[in-house]
Design a protein around this ligand. Structure first.
Ligand code: ZN
Length: 181
């Protein structure tokens, strides 16, 4: 198995929509193994293929029940509203309180190409929505209100210059740990 480098903010690959997975073969199984290994090395709980530069609609996750994969996922139902601090392996160290639906139903395919339907709420529901955004070339920054997004972008700019951004960051998320996805 090989591990990949997680692409980070500024890499154009993170802004491109991914193409459907069409071949459910050994190469896909190896890619998924490598994605899971890369996710664990990065101490994340979710990883979408574009985050390692592979433009395929595929993500892996493990919220404590072992690794799992969904190919060609689609949100077919969503309800409720939940504000939750998200972290992203592609935007290291930044946590953002983001409002999304509390519960989603996702359809997709497993590694054999068989249809699956998954209902998820709370943290798992959040992981699914965050990863599907990656497949559409959308980063969590774009889920913020305009005023908050400006603050988050300033944090990223200031950090690049080596400035202390802790005061600004406290405006974007509550204090505490969030696992990155
Ligand atoms: Zn992410």
């Amino acid at each position: 198995m090989a591990h990949y480098t997680v692409r980070t903010y500024g890499d154009p690959v993170l802004r491109q929509p991914a193409a459907d997975v069409e071949e459910f073969d050994g190469a896909l199984a190896r890619l998924v193994d490598d994605m899971v290994e890369t996710m664990y090395e990065a101490e994340g709980v979710g990883l979408a293929a574009p985050q390692i530069g592979v433009q395929r609609r595929l993500f892996v996750y493990d919220v404590g029940d072992g690794p799992a994969v969904v190919a060609n996922p689609r949100v077919v139902d969503a309800s409720g509203e939940w504000r939750f601090d998200e972290g992203c392996l592609s935007i290291p160290g930044l946590r953002l309180a983001i409002v999304r639906p509390a519960r989603v139903v996702v359809t997709g395919q497993d590694l054999d190409g068989e249809a699956v339907e998954l209902e998820a709420d709370e943290f798992l529901g959040r992981v699914f929505q965050h990863e599907i955004d990656h497949l559409d070339g959308v980063l969590m920054l774009e889920r913020l209100e305009e005023a908050e997004r400006k603050i988050a972008l300033k944090v990223l700019r200031d950090r690049a210059m080596g400035l202390d951004t802790s005061a600004l960051e406290s405006q974007l998320a509550s204090v505490g740990s969030a696992r990155a996805i």
